[in-house]
Design a binder for this molecule. Structure first.
Ligand code: DUC
Ligand code: ZN
Length: 457
């Protein structure tokens, strides 16, 4: 089957131009002017922007956490992703301590295979460190898993600084890359104990027990370990100016550091935790917490100057009933926000349309850089001959409003409720097939597992 997209503005990380794009089967076969293909379905894309399918390199679908399971699994999460222009997610396979990496990988395949609307891949979580795990690392690469995740917070996931350092050294042998959640667990625990002893159990205590300086401390500690291990790392979900300062210091020392932030850190602030109604504040509990307007400003400037490489979502959704679990104790509120459906439209609206970043930067942040960073480029991440025909047709005209009444999530709220949007996602093609048409999902189990190679960013 052939499709010819005529006269769209083709946006890639390195430039934009009006051209025609011919799809044959799953691939882009030609980009050029005045293309003709008698047997192709012709679609007029005049006035539309054609982006490479977005990649969300940070989702948590079907994850058991805080004695509950995320509201979105790979079915609803994949549908929401695709509807939002995300043609590939990289989720976190997450074995429990004591389980093998292979067990975690098999389990994540079981959760995702045959029921995901968009393409998908997995990072592997390292939350245990022993001889068996070390032996399994090369086997992960053989199965298309080239990126890993470690935590400097959450006791259920932490392996301690010594093992983080050893894991960095081990991954380096294979050209693997690790993303790390940076917050100082022990000091956070102490602050939590003090808040509880003082009877301050409302959600407003959440950001006060996780101040940005504790993100900065953990980032600095990790980067010093990475410096000794002589390997680049990814700082996931950077939330604060304090944390960013530490990244700048490491770069000044000559280190290579990759950075991810998320729409909620760019667009929402910590005043959300001080609302009178419990549930209105609980909705926004995530870790790291939302920060201040100044932090947002610093993050936007870092995006504009290409100092942050990716915007992913940390999509980790819980319904209002699930968020209610912490009514008497903020530490029992399951942490996380949905975001996979609105990322592209928000970045276009508040980034490109408001002049903070260019559309080429948007293509780099949402597509090209995650594809390169996580070893899926050039199959993914670019509109080029030979690449998968994952395409977002963005209509920049018109305005909309984000509302939970119009979303594919298995969710009863949207953290960006009421946010104005500029333009909308008109169509999404997944490997050559029209998969979303004006918000309607046409194909919702067509996603494939994408094995990945080494970092190329
Ligand atoms: N932070 C969250 O808020 N949820 C999921 C995991 C994380 O790091
Ligand atoms: Zn996460």
């Amino acid at each position: 089957m052939k499709t010819l997209l005529k006269n769209g503005t083709i946006v890639t990380g390195s430039g934009s131009r009006v051209a025609d794009l011919l799809i044959c089967g799953e691939k882009i076969v030609k980009i050029g002017e005045n293309l003709e293909s008698p047997d192709a379905k012709v679609v007029d894309c005049s006035g539309k922007l054609l982006f490479p399918g977005f990649i969300d390199a940070h989702t948590h679908f079907d994850l058991d956490v805080c004695n509950t399971t995320t509201a979105d699994d790979f079915y609803s999460g994949g549908r929401a992703a695709l509807r939002g222009g995300t043609t590939m997610v990289i989720d976190f396979a997450c074995p429990n301590k004591g389980e093998s990496l292979q067990y975690g990988l098999d389990l994540w395949h079981k959760k995702a295979d045959g029921k995901t609307a968009c393409d998908y891949a997995f990072h592997m979580t390292i939350d245990d460190w022993n001889e068996d795990i070390i032996r399994e690392i090369p086997k992960m690469f053989e199965q298309g898993i080239s990126s890993f995740k470690m935590y400097l917070t959450y006791p259920a996931m932490m392996i301690g600084d010594k093992n983080v350092f050893l894991a960095l050294q081990e991954l380096k042998k294979y050209g693997g890359i690790a993303g790390v959640h940076c917050e100082n667990a022990d000091v956070i625990d102490s602050l939590i104990a003090q808040k509880k002893a003082a009877g301050e159990t409302a959600p407003s205590s959440h950001p006060r027990t996780r101040p940005s300086v504790l993100e900065a401390e953990a980032i600095d500690r990790l980067l010093k370990m990475a410096e000794v291990a002589q390997t680049p790392v990814v700082i996931v979900h950077l939330s604060s100016a304090d944390g960013y300062d530490e990244i700048c210091h490491a770069r000044q020392r000559g280190q290579k550091v990759y950075v991810e932030t998320c729409p909620h850190y760019l667009l929402l602030d910590d005043s959300r935790y001080d609302q009178p109604e419990y549930i209105e504040s609980a909705k926004y509990v995530c870790a790291p917490p939302l920060r201040k307007a100044r932090d947002q400003e610093v993050l936007w400037k870092a995006l504009a100057s290409d100092q942050i490489q990716t915007v992913s979502t940390d999509h980790c959704s819980f319904s209002l009933a699930q968020k209610n679990a912490g009514k008497d104790d903020f530490t029992k509120i399951p942490g996380g926000l949905p975001g996979v459906e609105t990322r592209g439209t928000l970045l276009y609206t508040y980034g490109v349309a408001e002049g903070r970043i260019t559309r080429e930067q948007m293509a780099r942040l949402l597509s090209e850089n995650p594809a390169k960073l996580y070893g899926a480029y050039p199959r993914k991440g670019i509109l080029a001959e030979g690449s998968d025909a994952d395409i977002v047709v963005y209509d920049p005209a018109g305005e909309g409003i984000i509302t939970a009444a119009d979303q594919a999530y298995n969710m009863d709220y949207n953290p960006f409720e009421g946010f104005r949007t500029q333009g909308h996602i008109a169509q999404v093609y997944l490997r050559g097939k029209l998969a979303v048409e004006q918000g309607e999902i046409l194909e919702d189990r067509g996603g494939q597992f994408i094995p990945r190679g080494k970092c190329a960013l």
